[in-house]
Design a protein around this ligand. Structure first.
Ligand SMILES: *Cc1c(COP(=O)(O)O)cnc(C)c1O
Length: 475
């Protein structure tokens, strides 16, 4: 009864592992840019859908050949674009098994192992992040959906306190919710608010300082006039500067007004895992919910994020229907009760494997190494006249502006030319951003392989690109 497809599975998986291993072995040598753009990639993938296609091993080799030229080396040691984790090999290997095991990790009866791995990994994570052990954790696709999940719990809790259950009755006729959020919050938090019917524009944006941190007096004023259901959204790790809000001051202020306090800590919450960085996030554990990513600083493969909620019942009520939000059988976890999906990937295996491999000190080292590398890059480039480091490098993010001695328009243009020069060379990858009205280069050190040597190469490459852009006349 054995299917020929299954008979060939082992050889096929070994072939896939070989291709994957070869790709990873070349990470340090390859250019940090794709050699094929989108249009060329479309050409590479195009073709008629066949009635019956070639054998599996041919398709696999063909896929790799067509895909690899159009890949960015996001797992590479000198990829500094956006905030992108490197998919640690142990996580990838665990993820290969996860795919092969083919578990639909909706509930613990269907897949006891997947539920158990999540339970244990969740406990380890709360410990590492210094969050209350009673929190519930949903393993979601990323921080966007983690923010969504946490804010859904917040929405339900603050409205029920005012006699309205939005999870059963919806929002029409509900008392309006006041949402206070920092002016430099991540765009995906506004997306989450949009999905929740809270609107991305009806929130009250609170003024921030040069680093993107909420100004305490501005928050205090907003809190004084806010009445009714109230959600306050703070941030650990501003996307450009890496700065964290002053949780020790802001969380108690907001809680005193009865607010649900939510933290977007997509990458910055991991400062908690390092004794050298914890001061940045002091007081963060007093909030009500936290969103963070696995696929950024923790280096899990995509897609992986965590929705962490102090009040488990609020968390479950927001994500499940009927009476299933009531704690059922003590100690048995149904993963789907904490996330928007039913059928879902067993994300806990990769998280468990990474935490088990790195351990407490390994995660702290990962965080410290990235922060030290960011500081190293900033130190190298700041010696070059005309390059300005625009942020306090407190975490893993560096914001650079080129032509600090020129007019604002000239500096914008020179910054864009420097970014283009860096990208065309492909020794490193870094992208651009708009920061408080200025064009900047954003460096995010979020890869497990980036160390002092790689940071040194990056610093020199940025200077080289800047000099080339500065001496070129095309502006
Ligand atoms: C990346 C990021 C998000 C969104 O996370 P995804 O994993 O991309 O969904 C939210 N907030 C901050 C601060 C981020 O850096």
């Amino acid at each position: 009864m054995s299917d020929p497809a299954n008979a060939g599975a082992k050889a096929l998986f070994l072939k896939a592992a070989g291709i994957a291993g070869d790709f990873r072995a070349r990470l340090g040598e390859h250019l940090h840019k794709p050699s094929r753009d989108y249009a060329a990639s479309l050409d590479a993938f195009s073709g008629e859908l066949p009635d019956f296609g070639p054998p599996m091993d041919e398709v696999l080799e063909d896929l790799a050949k067509r895909a690899e030229p159009g890949l960015h080396l996001m797992a590479g040691p000198r990829f500094f674009g956006w905030v992108i984790g490197g998919s640690h090999p142990i996580g990838v290997a665990a993820d290969i098994l996860t795919s092969a095991w083919s578990q639909n990790a909706g509930n613990h009866i269907a897949t006891p192992s997947a539920s158990a791995a999540e339970t244990i990994a969740a406990g380890w994570m709360l410990d590492l992040l210094g969050l209350p052990p009673e929190c519930s954790v949903g393993f979601v696709t990323g921080a966007t959906i983690a923010n969504f999940t946490c804010l859904a719990a917040a929405r339900g809790a603050v409205l029920r306190e005012h006699g309205w259950d939005p999870d059963s009755r919806g929002l029409f006729g509900a008392p309006p919710i006041n949402v206070l959020i920092g002016d430099d919050a991540h765009t995906t938090v506004f997306s989450a608010l949009q999905f929740l019917g809270l609107g991305h524009d009806r929130v009250q944006r609170i003024a921030t300082d040069d680093e993107g941190r909420i100004l305490r007096e501005a928050m205090q004023r907003a809190l004084e006039t806010a009445d009714g259901p109230l959600i306050v959204i703070l941030q650990a790790g501003q996307i450009n500067t890496g700065a964290c809000d002053d949780f020790s001051a802001l969380v108690p202020l907001a809680k005193a007004r009865g607010a649900w306090v939510h933290i977007d800590g997509a990458f910055g919450l991991w400062a908690q895992a390092s004794s050298q960085r914890q001061a940045l996030t002091a007081g963060v554990e007093r909030a009500d919910s936290w969103a963070t990513d696995g696929h950024k600083w923790l280096q899990t493969p995509y897609d992986c994020g965590y929705a962490i909620v102090r009040d488990e019942v609020a968390h479950r009520r927001a994500m499940t229907i009927a009476a299933s939000f009531l704690p059922v059988s003590e100690g048995e976890r149904d993963p789907s009760h904490y996330v928007p999906e039913l059928s879902r990937r067993a994300r806990g295996f990769a998280t468990w494997a990474i935490l088990r491999h790195l351990g407490r000190k390994g995660v702290a080292d990962l965080v410290n190494r990235a922060c030290a590398s960011a500081k190293h890059i900033a130190a190298i480039v700041s010696k070059e006249p005309g390059i300005a480091v625009m942020n306090e490098v407190v975490l893993n993010q560096v914001v650079l502006r080129f032509g600090a001695d020129l007019t604002a328009d000239e500096a914008d243009a020179l910054t864009d030319r420097t970014i283009a020069a860096v990208q065309s060379q492909g020794v490193i990858f870094a992208g651009g951003a708009l920061w408080h009205g200025m064009r900047v280069m954003r460096i995010s050190v979020t890869n497990y392989q980036t160390d002092a040597d790689q940071a040194g190469i990056a610093g020199q490459e940025i200077i080289r690109a800047y000099r080339a852009a500065r001496s070129s006349t095309t502006d």
